[in-house]
Design a protein around this ligand. Structure first.
Ligand SMILES: C[S@@+](CC[C@H](N)C(=O)[O-])C[C@H]1O[C@@H](n2cnc3c(N)ncnc32)[C@H](O)[C@@H]1O
Length: 210
């Protein structure tokens, strides 16, 4: 898979938008590893939560071709960045500013074939989570789990019968406990990819309905 070009984004946008980093690229690599599997699902809707720059969605959109791509981000500057980046890569993606997937209500009930989230996962004091746009992008609160755990209840309501959910996390998030937690939400988990990057041991997890 060819990583989308993000040189169209002005450098100073990264003062407010998460700049693609190792966690972004491991998600792209995991999607590439699973590309045949994803293609076999014959997906029609792909939704990325917390799209930031938009590089993950632009990359998967180039690889999968013309289906419906939706993105959300809570940060309005990230929504703007995703629009610029996807347009400059000639892919059609609809981007919405919302908290997680709240704006969709029940409209996407069991309709999403590929769901992607590289969430803020760094363990941090809860009060540091919403200080500015970059803390929103990185600070995951207690055990780095606060945002991803808030998202799990939505997952089985969003994904289609054979749909898949990809999530980035790190070892401090406690992978075994994520598995237990997700099973409460009728999801089964496997590890698609893991990689040590400096201090971080990154994982991309894949969830399907039980
Ligand atoms: C680690 S960054 C990942 C950005 C991009 N997907 C990437 O991989 O480079 C996390 C993103 O999630 C967004 N985010 C954090 N909390 C959110 C929420 N409650 N709802 C929607 N987006 C959220 C942040 O604004 C940020 O863009």
């Amino acid at each position: 898979m060819e990583t989308a070009d993000y040189s169209s984004l002005p450098k100073n946008i990264f003062l407010d938008v998460y700049e693609p980093a190792e966690d972004t690229f491991i998600m792209i690599d995991a999607l590439e590893k699973d590309l045949d599997f994803i293609n076999k699902l014959r997906p029609s809707i792909c939704l990325e939560v917390g799209s930031g720059s938009g590089v993950i969605s632009a990359t998967i959109a180039k690889a999968l071709g013309p289906i419906c791509y939706l993105c959300t981000d809570i940060n309005p500057v990230a929504v703007h960045a995703t629009k610029i980046l996807t347009q400059s890569n000639d892919v059609s993606v609809d981007v919405i500013q919302t908290n997680l997937v709240e704006a969709f209500g029940t409209r996407l009930k069991n309709a999403v074939d590929v769901l992607i989230f590289n969430p803020p996962y760094v363990p941090s004091p809860s009060e540091e989570m919403n200080v500015d746009n970059l803390s929103l992008a990185t600070c995951g609160g207690s055990k780095g789990r606060e945002v991803m755990d808030r998202f799990f209840p939505y997952v089985s309501k969003l994904i289609s019968e054979n749909g898949v959910f990809y999530l980035t996390c790190i070892s401090q998030n406690n992978i075994e406990d994520i598995q237990k937690h997700s099973s409460l939400h009728k999801l089964q988990m496997c590890i698609v990819l893991d990689r040590k990057c400096g201090m971080e041991h990154l994982f991309v997890l894949r969830f399907t309905s039980t």
